[in-house]
Design a protein around this ligand. Sequence first.
Ligand SMILES: [Zn+2]
Length: 253
Amino acid sequence: MHLIFHEQSLLLVKTSSTWALPNATHLTELDLQLSKIVLADTALVAQLINPEQVALNAALELVNLRQVVNLLETKLVEQVIFAQQMLHYQRTNNYCAQCGSQTMLAPSSKWLYCALCQREIYPQISPAMIVAVTRGDKILLAQAKHFAADVWSVLAGFCEVGESIEQTVAREVLEEVGLQIKNIRYFGSQYWPFPNSLMLAFTAEYANGEIVLDADEMRAAGFYAADELPGRPSSKYSIANQLIDDFVQRQLG
Ligand SMILES: [Zn+2]
């Protein structure tokens, strides 16, 4: 398996109706130059140095990872995400943050190591929450200011230092739309690589308050019935979409 990245994109091959990973021939044919190569058990993971070569083969394309997650099968998407995150981890930890020494891969380990401080350096994972708030038979959907016009989603936000994830859920809903919620229940989780979040998903119910938007972040928000949703998340793969699917299924059967 060849997972070749360039910045936030992955090299893919377009066949008649599907997308696939490139093979060894594609790499040698085009003289693709690679750096920061990670040889996993089953995959070659690398960064592409000369992306201009890709245009020489009409079937090859560098596809943004936000699209890739919707184009490939879930199991493959998970491998792509793992590879991209490990590559990012290696690329951004060349030096020890404590003493400035150059890091190295610890022997027979996937972790980088500072020989001077004698410590392993692990990839950063940021916990974040995402929540589907319902009020009767309606769900709270919102548009952040950076969303495209047809994109609506449930609320999400990062966990802050010292918070439980349930406190994050309540705080973010209050901050973004001014509502108090109750009955916060765990739904599931998903690793989300933009940039490095473990998304912990919840459901909750409206308790109190009127919608007051956070003027800096939010463009619109409201409660919508399952058959009148104003839009959807931009990614079908996202757990946001799974939360909304779950709501729609419970309402419409
Ligand atoms: Zn060090």
